[in-house]
Ligand binder design. Sequence first.
Ligand code: NAD
Length: 244
Amino acid sequence: TKDFEGRTALVTGATSGIGRAIAVKLAEQGATVYVTGRRAELGKETVELIEKAGGTGHFVVADVGDLDDVRKLAREVGEVDVLVNNAGIFPFSPTAEQAVETYDRVFGVNVRGTYFLTAALAPAMVAKGRGSIVNVSSVAGQLGSPIGSVYHASKAAMDGLTRSWASEFGGSGVRVNSVAPGPIRTEAAMNGDSELFEEFANVVPLGRPGEPDEIAEAVVFVASDRAGFVNGAVLNVDGGLVVV
Ligand code: NAD
């Protein structure tokens, strides 16, 4: 039997990259998946991939950087068994050159969006005594970089939320964990600051960057009942990058 038969999941930023891979894999494991993001065309593509895999998907448009959108999204999907906070942006700039707007946007999407979507959906999980929340953070939250201070800080903040929520909701049977990817071959990451991507990829002990599917595997595992005693963890899926 499939791990998520009869369960529902919401994946943010599932219109591309890692989020799309997570959405498809959850659906393959039997979940009904709500796919959310800002771009309807891409969202529909993800739903098509889900259907091709024999699953059920629904697209709901929402900008997680916008609190009205976040609350509307939560109302629309209602109760879910699994929430994956994956949507994220990663602009890079030296600290002194960082625009205030960029700073606010990075924290607005990566941290505030994660925070208030979870705040809206966790109470139903708590009431039911079951649920799993996965924050897709980054090994950036454990590392420094000369041009990534805002992004790195936002990912450390997500891991901080994971620990407090594991403590806050754990007593009600709701588990909260982070999956922290290393460099992963998505279009966005490779077209972003590709030099930084290469730099990180080059020091991965396994000698290569990761694939979106390899992150999805880890997310699906920690979201499932098979990870029933995993709570408050930050699971690095980085080919060993942070230990070198
Ligand atoms: P991506 O750009 O393909 O995925 C991010 C998704 O979030 C996109 O679909 C994007 O449209 C969506 N998004 C951005 N802002 C949004 C908003 N305001 N509202 C709703 N959706 C929004 O890139 P990815 O590489 O797949 O990254 C996915 C996640 O993994 C991000 O949180 C990223 O920080 C994290 N991550 C990626 C890597 C990597 O190397 N690819 C490494 C570590 C962590």
